[in-house]
Every structure is written in C-alpha cells, then in structure tokens.
Ligand binder design. Structure first.
Ligand code: SF4
Ligand code: SF4
Length: 687
C-alpha cells in the first residue's frame, strides 16, 4: 500500500515538475535566438572552474566599509552545492528502496565500490547541516545587506519577507536529517544483515544516530525515508517557482557564458534590423532569459556596483529581479508566441506585454546610472551578464525614442560635427604636438607603431600633459612610431556605450578605413576605452591590429633597459584601476610593475583593487552626464584612495584622470595629493 501511495506521489510530483520545466524551456525558444553553441572546450572549462569549482563563491573579496566579504558564506555555498551533488545518487537509492529492500545503483553496493561513496555521503549530510546553520544565522541574526538588499536601489527586495529562503533551508535540513534517520535506524534494527553491517562500517554518523534511536529504530527509519523522499518531491516543484531555480539553471548558464572578448558589444545589423534595441520582454535573447532564471539573489553584483554604492536607482540584482518577475507574470503570453523562424524575424515582430523601458518597469534613470564597469559581472558566481542588457535597452531609448539625458545632445553633436565628444574644433586635434617634432603617418607610413592619441589625450588640457609625457618616453626609447595628427578620427566608443549604435558604427568604420589605408599593424594607445574598442570591437569592422596599452608597452621598455629611471625622493602612491584596462582586458600588473620600478615609490593598494577595483564613474558615457553632487561616484572612489594616505593617486586612463582630479579638488585635497598618470611619473623619472 505504501509503495502504491509513494508511486502516485512520484508520478504527480514529477509530472508537475516536468510541466513547469517544459514551459520554462519553451519560453527560451520563443524569445530572441542567439548562437552560444560554439567554443565548446572553453565552455566546458568554465563549467569546471565556476560551477563545479565554485570559484567566484569562494574567492577572497575586499572587506571595505560595507563589510561585504562573503568568503565564509561562499564556502557555505560550496559545501551545500557539493553536498547536493554527492547526495543526488543517494536520492535515487532512497527512491529505489520503495520497490527493492536493498536497492543499490549498479556497482554502488558496499560489497563492491559503494563503501567510499557511503562514507562521503555520510560526511556530507553532517557538513550540509553545518552549512545550513551558517545560512540560518545569516538570515536570522547577522542580516547582511547582500541578503536583505542595498537601499535605496533595492528597497523592493528589502521589503520582502524572505520566507522562501527559510523554507528551502528547512527542506534541505529535512533531507539531510531524513537520510541520517533512515540509514541509522536501518543499521539498528537490521544489525544482523551482512549488507547492513558493511554499510555501518562506512557510515559513522548514521551509525551514531542509529545507536541513539533505541527500540524505535524501525519507526524512525521509516519516518526518515518518508521525510527524505516527500521533501524531495515538494522541493523539486518549489525550485522553479523560487530563486532556487538556479540549482537547475546555473550550470547551463555558466556553460553558455559569453566567450567573445568581454569588451566587445554585439554589432547590430542596422540595415536589416526590425528594431533598434530591447524594450519588450520577449526581445531579450534566450541567454538573457536564462540569466533571469539563474540569479541566486546573492547580491554580490549589487555590493560591487558603483551606482548602487553611490545611492542611485540602479542595483543590478534589482534590475534583473524586476525583469524576471515580469517575465514570469507574462509566461502564458510568451508561450503563445508562434514558433520563431530560422532568422528570428517572426519573434521580433511580436511583442509581449508593454514597453518595459520607462515608467512601466525599468526607469530611464536606472539605465543611465550604469558606468558599464562590469564589476557586477566580475562578481557574479553564475556568470550573469549585465552590460549587454543595459546597452540593449539604452539602444532602444536613444535610437527608437530619442530619449536620453539632455546633456548628451551636446556630446552627440560634438561627435557628429567635430569628431570628438568635447565638440572642440577638429583642426585642433594635433595642437598638443606643436613644436615637439612628432612624426606623422603621412610622412612616415612605415612606422612600426601608430600612436593613437584619442580624443581625451588630444583635446583635454589636463590629459594633453599625459600625451606629451608618453611622447617623451617613446622618443627617449627610440621607438619607431608616428601619429595620425589631424587625420586621426574618434573611434566612437562613447557613442556605443551610450546606445547610439548608428553613430558608433559610422565613426568606427571611418576610423578603421583610415587605419587600413595606412596598413597599420600595431597600435599603441594610453586610453583604455580606445584600447578596448580597437582591440576587441574593431575586428567587427575589418580592423585587425595588435593593440597595446601604454602601460604594457612602457613596462617592456623598462624591462629591456631601453629606458632607465631615477628616483625623486620617497612618495606613497595608490593606483586606481581603470575598468576598461583591468576588468575588461586583464591589464593589472603592468602599471603596478612600472610603479615598482620607480625609485622611492611605495605602492599602497586600496581595499577595492584590481578586479574588484571601483569605477571612477566615467565609463559608459557617464563622463558626459550630470551627476547629483551627493551621489558622485568619483567622490566615493577618491575617499577610498585617501584612506591609504597617499602622496599621489596614479591612473592609466584619461577619463579616470579627470574624475580623480575632480574628486580630489572637491575634497580640497588637490594640493596635498596629486592625480598623476603613470606615464607622467615615468617621463619625470627618465634618466
Ligand atoms: S556595469 Fe557597473 S555600474 Fe553597471 S550595473 Fe554593473 S556594476 Fe553597476
Ligand atoms: S546576478 Fe549574480 S551576483 Fe547578482 S544576485 Fe544574481 S547571482 Fe548574485
């Protein structure tokens, strides 16, 4: 009878679970197609490192003012993950025991290879119980912001009761306790069985539990079996309705990660596009929807987001959860979309729900607050992508609605008419080089390196000093280089991040045409934004070059002895990582190595450094947007720099220079602490 009841429960529970999963999977087929089935070895490697290795859960993170270090919580997740993975085999065994008393999966009997597995399983049941205690402590006692939400951006999340988290933890605990009771009881009341005796030898904790059950061992064993199995059946049905859906979706989400260069946004097919951005829920790609399914709500993204930290309306987690809730609320309509044709055209023509960009769901301010710094993506343990989604929605705002912060009108006009976001007369592009005898490509087309100066280094007074410093270094080292001078064109990076893809493509193509006209092979630049777009995005336009950042280049000049440096007294320097140099392109060591070679310099790292470095606030076109004085990102960053009591803050990016310099002035610290580019420090120290 009990077998019959259990069989009915299994059929009902698995049937309902299958229906839910089928619906969720079908939604993925109804939204915008995307090819993420290439680069299989790289994807498998990512699954091993990030999913099975849980790398981003257990990595050490900074522990600044918000006490965000979650390494202990990461290890807790590590053990729960592995506990579940190991215990999956035991679930099958427990279900099989409904029908066969001594059921074991092939080869897993303790007489065969199953002994070590039973030992591991036994240990993991206890370890997971310990991990659950830590989780309960965090939810019930320590209340970290990562769980309860960062205000004000995550006000909505902070208002939740979070009952679901308690329930799931309770379920996991019941599964572990059920397993221990079942095995322990079985060992106590079937102690004469040779098979049970060999099980006992491998399961010390279950044996201990069994020894405590006394004359009611059979009752507790049966109770443990029902508890374990019934909770599993309810649990699998609760998963897709909750954030714990990630237990099922996070492995595929890691597998389908972006394998193109991190710094390359997708190129829109402007000629054939039926839309120019994303504004309806079904216009997200299936991978972007899988992201929505996979969020664990751990809050790592929000805890590193400069917009969240500076009190703006954007918190990446809340953004994703808003999209996810909207998606679930419109699941029936999504399922009703007719199948997508091979080119996805049919899906593009259909819209589900209302336009979500604006008052309805994702406010304009949320999208404009993003600096595209990628801190959220770097922190996310399940490889959720944010920048592409945000830029896709910005593309809609700019290209379909012409709705953007008013100050960007001037920026676009400057780029369109003068080829630079400042709108300075294009004829002044090479004014910085007057009297410096800098070779031009027109006169020296066979130069080994093109020094691409970029708009900031050409037009901004403060950054011109850096350009001149780098020129001095190149000349001193005898580098064969030339500049384009007045022929240099802006590469349009700012326009792309703001969402003006049309303008970007026109500017990028024109820039590539000039470079290809000179058959340029190697490009040297000091601007990480130019560096990133020329290296990672220009191949989309037929521009394939070896692009090197000035810090990498000068590091090699020092190492090869082509330049030598002298000291100028002791000074403490803290280095601010540029997002587009570091997080996007992994250049962390070169600038620090250069600083180490400067005699007398002591490097003092900020708490948030390298891949956890905090953005200066200028990326993603934010450089050109107004910022409420009380919410300025650069002030937060400068305060972090000042905590190291430096004599100077070193940067390797013209945008960072502007933001840090302004931040120091706002704090009235510009006399005591200088903002200096690494190139300026080197040029001043040249022997
Ligand atoms: S890219 Fe940076 S600013 Fe944008 S949501 Fe992510 S962390 Fe926040
Ligand atoms: S997006 Fe990633 S980092 Fe952010 S809450 Fe979700 S799982 Fe955590």
């Amino acid at each position: 009878m009990s077998t019959l009841i259990f069989s009915v429960l299994v059929v009902v529970a698995l049937g309902y679970f299958g229906r839910t999963i089928y619906r969720r999977f079908t939604v993925l087929q109804k939204v915008t197609p995307l090819n993420r089935f290439d680069n299989i070895p790289e994807r498998v490697k990512a699954v091993l490192i990030y999913a099975f290795g849980q790398k981003k859960f257990v990595q050490r993170e900074p522990r600044p003012e918000t006490r965000i270090s979650e390494q202990a919580a990461g290890w807790m997740h590590f053990f729960i993950f592995w506990g579940f993975t190991i215990l999956a085999v035991q679930v099958i065994t427990m279900f099989g025991r409904a029908y066969i008393d001594d059921f074991y999966l092939p080869l897993l009997s303790p007489h065969l290879l199953g002994g070590p597995y039973l030992f591991l399983k036994d240990i993991m049941e206890v370890v997971v119980l310990g991990a659950i205690s830590v989780a309960l402590y965090r939810w019930g006692v320590s209340h970290p912001q990562r769980l309860y939400g960062f205000k004000p951006a995550e006000e909505k999340l902070a208002g939740h009761s979070h009952w679901e988290a308690y329930l799931i933890l309770c379920f996991i605990g019941c599964i572990m306790i059920g397993g221990l009771l079942y095995d322990g009881g079985r060992m106590a009341y079937e102690h004469d069985s040779a098979l049970v005796q060999s099980e006992r030898a491998w399961q010390p904790f279950s044996a201990l539990v069994g020894s405590l059950l006394g004359g009611r061992a059979k009752f507790f064993s049966d109770f443990g079996w029902w508890l374990h199995n019934c909770v599993i059946l309810v649990f699998i049905n609760l998963l897709p309705m909750s954030k714990h859906f990630h237990i099922i979706t996070s492995l595929p989400n890691v597998f389908f990660l972006k394998t193109e260069p991190r710094g390359a946004l997708n190129k829109m097919d402007l000629e054939n596009a039926a839309r120019f951005g994303t504004s309806y829920i079904n216009q997200f790609s299936w991978k972007q929807v899988l992201d929505m399914y996979s969020c664990t709500e751990c809050g790592r993204c929000a805890s590193h987001c400069p917009a969240t930290m500076s009190g703006k309306e954007l918190a990446p987690r809340q953004l994703l959860l808003n999209l996810r809730d909207y998606l679930y609320a419109h699941e029936d309509q999504l399922l009703a979309i007719k199948p997508v044709g091979g080119d996805g055209a049919e899906a593009e023509a259909v819209t589900v729900g209302e336009n979500i960009v604006g008052d309805a769901l994702i406010h304009d301010e949320v999208l404009w607050a993003c600096t595209t710094c990628r801190a959220c993506e770097e922190a996310c343990p399940v490889m959720i992508e944010y920048v592409d989604k945000i830029v896709d929605m910005r593309r809609h705002l700019v290209q379909e609605e012409s709705r953007f912060p008013v100050e960007l009108t001037r920026t676009f006009k400057g780029m369109e008419t003068q080829g630079n976001p400042w709108g300075v007369d294009a004829g002044q592009r090479a004014a910085w080089a007057e009297g410096l005898d800098v070779p031009r490509m027109a006169d020296h087309p066979e130069a080994e390196f093109l020094f691409y100066v970029g708009c900031a280094g050409s037009f901004d007074e403060r950054n011109k000093r850096t350009t001149i410093a780098l020129t001095k270094i190149l000349k001193k080292a005898g580098v064969d280089f030339a500049i384009l001078g007045e022929e240099e064109l802006c590469n349009g990076e700012t326009a792309r991040r703001i969402g003006n893809e049309y303008l970007y493509q026109a500017m990028a193509q024109a820039c590539v045409d000039v470079l290809n006209g000179y058959k340029v092979k190697k490009i040297l630049t000091n601007c990480p934004h130019c560096f990133n777009t020329m290296k990672n995005e220009f191949p989309q336009f037929g521009g394939n070059y070896e692009v090197v950042h000035a810090t990498e280049f000068v590091q090699k000049l020092i190492a090869s002895g082509k330049i030598r440096l002298k000291g100028d007294g002791a000074q403490a320097i803290t280095f601010h990582d540029s997002c587009y140099l570091g997080r996007y392109n992994d250049v962390f060591d070169a600038p620090r190595d250069i600083l180490r070679h400067l005699p007398g310099v002591e490097i003092r790292e900020m708490e948030r450094n390298r891949k956890f470095g905090m953005c200066c606030g200028a990326g993603g076109g934010r450089m050109w947007m107004e910022e409420e004085p009380s919410k300025r990102v650069n002030i937060r960053r400068v305060e972090q720099a000042l905590e190291t009591s430096p004599d100077a803050v070193a940067v390797a990016c013209p945008f960072c220079m502007t933001m840090i310099d302004d931040g120091l002035k706002s704090k009235n610290m510009e006399e005591q602490v200088k903002a200096l580019d690494v190139m300026e420090l080197v040029a001043d120290a040249l022997v």
